[in-house]
Design a protein around this ligand. Structure first.
Ligand code: NOJ
Length: 770
């Protein structure tokens, strides 16, 4: 993502504003039935020329965020010529009104534009990165963050968001791990639903909702070697069981649009993949919305080796793509391909119809300017209420990984040495893909701690180290205004200053890890440790003998093996959004008890990747807690265990989760069983626990995972309190795609587990009888 100056020449556009504002062809009702929409669109399309139809298929960037090597030119001319269907990366009611007027006042049929934006984890008020949001395991909270994001973005003129990103990933080398919900199919699907419901609400024509775009369809998170945009090769059984369900969940929840992924899938890039975009998406899943490419996705088919621009544009249209993002392959070649019989008018009509329908569903034909209200922009964005919610969301996303001898929470007294390259950075706190926010509004850790302690404690700060040793790497890792100033003094001098500060303090808080741009698009890493230069600092701080609390910033699961061995307390904070610093203070000082749980496994080292809890057993499995045994499936150098398992996260209190009790031991076709457990807060503080339910299908027609998440509940318990938690399992929960890709539940024995992580569970048995 590259932030450029607006390509739009606003000066020239303002001249157009002076023109009389004309309304487009009127839409008859705001919440129209499908048949009304069909009649309206058919009538409109009957008046459209082929060129006008192709024009609708063209999506251009407004230039506020550019995520490829090219942008668009001659924008104004193209809009007036009816060669543009919409824009993305353009904001504010003024600019959007200007662009909309350009289309409505100058084109023959006055078709309004659609306006998209990457509203990924908040708009101006930024929430934790999606991987952090997933760690809340709190669907109501996630839905609310999407609602707030929609309210703010819609108030700023936008009506379409390129979110949720639901790509399952099990390779933390991949930079975009940060943008998704982690490794799990079930949790990812629940989050996908919550996000779509949050963005779209129950009425897309309302001025505080956005149309969602589920992405990146499909399997983008399974790029080989964790390298961005790389090839994916996967069996259909794995796809259907593990990778496709979150996209389907978003679509079933009503997501209005789908964005196609960049990657090659089993030999055919998604953008040209008819099986994926037509057979699966349209025919199997019944998707009725619009399909948009990713940024220059069509043009990139040439580099994939599928032909020249005309050829690949035809391939993409024929595969099922409706809208072409940035590349203008459709605009420049489809007419010719139509004349040469390489594409059919039916496919152009199909694509055009889906795009017009999206506009219709948003109510844009009725009022193209409905999102362009300056007053709303002034009153709905960065409200105190939104910021309060962002702070709460951030506190709930943090995962306490270690807390030896209850070092945390800290007291708001004495002297605290705050050390590290991330300790005094505002601009890194919102995290990657927070393109629209005002970075100056973000709260650094230093500011957060100072706000919390006031005059009751002393905070002494030292930077301690650079982000990474190599200056060129640091530049690559701090793009888009996310600078971390480089300290040019010798390393020994910088460390000494930090050690001196630590020696004067009662406790050390080390804010280390990744910068926000060390994850995100095109930010893959082969080494997923905290950079060595920061580890050397940490070592020096530990050598002072002062208690050290490590606050880790990251956009992926990191290899924290050394830190886990040496540091007494570790709080994983991802990137918490606008209110990060305040939220960190809330948790460090115990005003909020941490409750986040990992939505992805943290490996012992990069060599264990891909590592995930729902793996298969193999024919020569290791037993739990066993290490090396010749001729079993293991490594010579480390155990198979993760460093921190999926679902793991500590609290300042402790919980006991009793063995599951089943109301019966058999489940019949169409029937269900209830699984209950009693959860007790056995510690001295109130807190929240995530009770997780997993199953294992013991015998199947194909191999089944050793554990699969099938339910979870986040509950609050006062110190000493107990609560009964009940889950219902139906036959549907036992279904999977078999070798013929039939979705079936096979009779036989199952285990059910309940616990507070995938590795800490108690079990019971049941049987499915049909
Ligand atoms: C490329 C990214 O892959 C995608 O997630 C994003 O929505 C588009 N660029 C638009 O910015």
């Amino acid at each position: 993502m590259k932030v450029l100056k607006y390509i739009f020449t606003i000066g020239a556009l303002t001249a157009v504003v002076a023109c009389a504002q004309q309304k487009p062809i009127a839409q008859t009702a705001s919440i129209a039935s499908n048949s009304k929409m069909d009649v309206f669109i058919s009538d409109l399309m009957s008046k459209m020329t082929v060129e006008e139809k192709i024009g609708q298929l063209n999506l251009l960037t407004g230039g506020e965020a550019i995520t490829g090597s090219t942008g668009n030119s001659d924008i104004e001319k193209k809009v007036k010529a009816g060669q543009v269907g919409g824009f993305f990366s353009l904001s504010t009611p003024k600019k959007i009104r200007t662009a909309q007027e350009l289309a409505v006042n100058n084109t023959r049929l006055k078709i309004p534009l659609i306006f998209g934006m990457d509203v990924i984890h908040g708009y101006k008020t930024v929430f934790p990165i999606p991987l952090g949001m997933a760690a809340t395991w709190d669907m109501a909270l996630i839905k609310r963050t999407a609602q707030i994001a929609a309210e703010e973005a819609a108030a700023d003129g936008i009506n379409w968001t390129f979110s949720p990103m639901v790509d399952v990933s099990r390779d933390p080398r991949w930079g975009r791990f940060s943008e998704g919900s982690g490794e799990d199919t079930f949790l990812g699907s629940e989050i996908a639903k919550a996000m779509v419901q949050g963005y779209q609400g129950d009425d897309l024509t309302k001025i505080n909702t956005l149309m969602a775009c589920v992405k990146h369809f499909a399997l983008y998170g399974a790029a080989e070697a964790g390298r961005d945009y790389n090839t994916t090769d996967m069996s259909l059984v794995k796809m259907y069981n593990e990778y496709l369900p979150p996209y389907k969940a978003a679509i079933d929840a009503g997501a209005g649009t789908v964005m196609v992924s960049f990657n090659d899938i089993n030999g055919t890039p998604a953008t040209a993949n008819k099986w994926l975009l037509t057979d699966v998406l349209r025919n199997e899943w019944g998707f009725k919305g619009m399909v948009v490419t990713d940024y220059t996705g069509i043009n990139e088919l040439t580099a994939h080796g599928l032909g020249d621009l005309q050829q690949v544009s035809a391939l993409a249209l024929n595969a099922g793509v409706d809208m072409d993002m940035v590349g203008e392959g459709f605009l420049t070649t489809l007419k010719k391909s139509l004349e040469e019989g390489k594409v059919k008018i039916e496919d152009i009509n199909r694509a055009c119809r889906y795009i017009l329908e999206a506009k219709y569903k948003l109510g844009l034909f009725e009022d193209p300017y409905k999102y362009c209200n300056d007053e709303r922009a002034k009153t709905k964005i960065f409200t105190a209420e939104n910021l309060k919610f962002a702070r709460e969301a951030a506190t709930k996303s943090f995962v306490l990984l270690k807390n030896q001898n209850n070092l945390l929470p800290l007291k708001k007294s004495g002297t605290i040495a705050l050390i590290g390259p991330l300790a005094d950075s505002k601009v890194n706190m919102p995290g990657t893909w927070s393109v629209s926010t005002d970075l100056s509004k973000a709260i650094s850790v230093k500011a957060g701690l100072e706000n919390a302690v006031g005059s009751n404690a002393k905070i002494i700060y030292a930077v301690g180290s650079n982000l990474v040793e190599d200056a060129a790497y640091q530049t690559r890792a701090t793009m888009f205004g996310r600078d971390i100033k480089r300290d040019t003094r010798p390393e020994a001098v910088i460390i000494k200053e930090a050690v001196d500060a630590a020696n004067k303090a009662d406790v050390v808080v080390a804010a280390l890890g990744e910068s926000s741009e060390m994850s995100g698009e095109s930010s893959s890493r082969t080494d997923i440790k905290i950079p060595a230069i920061q580890q050397r600092l940490l070592k020096a701080l530990l050598a002072t003998g002062k208690p050290v609390v490590l606050v880790v910033f990251d956009g992926r699961p990191l290899d924290l093996s050394w830190e886990n061995e040496t540091v007494p307390a570790i709080l994983n904070v991802w990137f918490g959004g606008t209110e990060t610093g305040n939220a960190i203070a809330d948790v460090l000082f115990g005003d909020v008890n941490p409750s986040g749980k990992l939505s992805a496994t943290f490996p012992q080292n990069v060599g264990q990747i891909p590592i995930y809890y729902s793996h298969k057993n193999t024919g020569r499995p290791m037993q739990k807690d066993e290490w090396f045994k010749k001729f079993t499936s293991n490594y010579l150098d480390v155990t198979n265990e993760p460093l921190y398992p999926f679902g793991y996260g500590l609290s300042y209190t402790t919980f006991d989760i009793a063995a599951p009790i089943l109301d019966k031991t058999t489940i019949t076709s169409g029937g269900n069983i209830t699984v209950s457990t009693t959860v007790k807060n056995t510690g001295t503080k109130d807190g929240e626990e995530v009770v997780q339910l997993y199953i294992r299908d013991l015998v199947g027609s194909i191999t089944r995972p050793v554990k699969e998440l099938k339910g979870f509940q986040k509950i609050f318990l006062k110190a000493g309190e107990s609560k009964k938690v009940t889950f219902t399992l139906t036959e549907n929960d036992l279904k999977f795609y078999n070798a013929n890709l039939d979705f079936v539940a096979e009779p036989g024995d199952f285990k059910v587990f309940v616990g507070n992580s995938s590795a800490n569970v108690k079990e019971a048995d049941f049987r499915l009888v049909k």
